[in-house]
Design a binder for this molecule. Structure first.
Ligand SMILES: [Zn+2]
Length: 403
């Protein structure tokens, strides 16, 4: 057993920390844990993180990331569950591919990998075959890495069908309108090719569908701009939720990153978008946080320059860093990385002494190559100081990570 005394433990009812002592069993795979009795006065205990948007790239792009390196990166920063996106190769849009991906993921059982199935122009009439086997759906409203854009009329057909089969799975939308993107092909700069208007028009479509299909659950992922926030502020739909990503809270088009490294979809916006997003997250206009962990190798970023950047390992520390800067309160942060994502993915609530992470929030640490576990071996946050180094991760009452 490992005993930690004087630990500040998050209490969901009181929405605050309560000092107590906790004891944990130690998983067989954890060796050289060192001292078995420690004073936790400088540590805090939080529920583990749930990252509802990652691309672990397996099968098909395992030189960028795979389930092993992706789950290692997640666990190292206290993420216990992820939702893996379907733009792998092959695409996850058939029963066989869902089952294949699940069997790969199960080998890395310290992290619970949930599987999102793509709704595509190929499978949109056959969703009843996959509904009970996937954990969520993903709809790309425009082209992004993997070319999975779905025609708008097919999206509506798919929603009709999901309504008929009484699907309870959340439907994630990459909201950028393909017509607006196509009209901008001549522009040289990525951010101008994919303007905020493209996102806002797509968000409007999702709001309309959420209104028209009240029994289905809609989720708009990686909200990136003020225009979208203005629409979301006016909306009160019980069947709609949203997230944004640390990249949109810490970086904008003027940030000191090369154009290729900062290329993501939707693009980084302006400093004012960035500030408005932080405010929207702190007030709950945006419900949750996700990483959109979308790694490519540095070599690829510098040559063919695909869109995407890593982020799963940075998710929790970046949020803790915003808390330390008084940009967001603990209660909102816990909702954003744990409470609301758990509800979205139907994860049963567990006692915090069973599933938690123990972090040092008083000493900052630098993001550098040796800290990065992702196979892509880079981070847009390199050189930045973060708070929230994870010391232990506990699953089912057992320590499964010590660092
Ligand atoms: Zn993504």
């Amino acid at each position: 057993m490992m005993n930690i005394t004087n630990l500040k433990v998050w209490n969901h009812e009181r929405k605050d920390f309560i000092t107590s002592d906790l004891s944990f069993r130690i998983n067989k795979r954890i060796t050289n844990l060192g001292e078995k009795e420690i004073d936790g006065s400088n540590l805090i205990c939080l529920p583990t993180g749930i990252d509802i948007h990652v691309h672990f790239r397996e099968p098909g792009y395992t030189h960028k990331e795979d389930m092993k390196s992706g789950t290692d990166a997640a666990l190292y920063s206290g993420i216990s569950t992820v939702l893996d996106m379907p733009n792998t190769n092959p695409i996850t849009d058939t029963l066989d591919q869902i089952l294949l991906k699940r069997s790969i993921a199960e080998k890395h059982d310290f992290v619970d990998v949930r599987i999102a199935a793509a709704i595509t122009d190929r499978n949109y009439l056959n969703l009843m075959k996959i509904d009970e086997h996937c954990d969520a759906y993903k709809i790309f409203m425009s082209e992004s890495f993997g070319n999975l854009a779905v025609k708008e009329e097919n999206i509506e057909e798919a929603l009709n069908q999901l309504e008929q089969i009484e699907s309870s799975k959340p439907i994630f939308f990459h909201a950028e309108d393909s017509l607006i993107l196509k009209s901008k092909v001549d522009e040289k700069e990525h951010a101008k090719q994919r303007p905020p208007e493209a996102e806002a028009v797509a968000v409007q479509s999702v709001l309309r569908w959420a209104h028209d299909f009240p029994s289905l659950r809609f989720h708009i992922t990686h909200v990136s701009c003020t225009l979208s926030l203005r629409l979301l502020e006016l909306t009160a739909l019980d069947n709609l939720s949203t997230d944004t990503c640390p990249r949109y809270l810490f970086f904008d088009q003027n940030s000191d990153l090369s154009p290729s490294l900062k290329k993501v979809n939707p693009p980084l916006r302006t400093a004012s978008d960035r500030n408005n997003l932080i405010e929207a997250l702190s007030k709950g206009v945006i419900d949750m946080i996700s990483s959109d962990h979308s790694p490519h190798t540095l070599e690829e970023k510098k040559t063919s320059c695909p869109s995407g950047m890593p982020g799963v390992q940075e998710l929790i520390p970046s949020l803790i860093t915003l808390i330390q800067a008084n940009e967001i309160e603990w209660e909102r942060a816990v909702e954003a990385f744990h409470v609301f994502p758990s509800k979205l993915l139907n994860i049963e609530p567990k006692d915090i002494s069973e599933n938690c992470m123990i972090l040092d929030v008083s000493n900052p640490f630098e993001v550098n190559k040796s800290w990065i576990k992702s196979k892509s071996k880079w981070s847009p946050f390199e050189g930045k100081m973060f708070y929230g180094q994870v010391k232990y991760v506990i699953k089912s009452g057992e320590i499964i990570l010590f660092s």
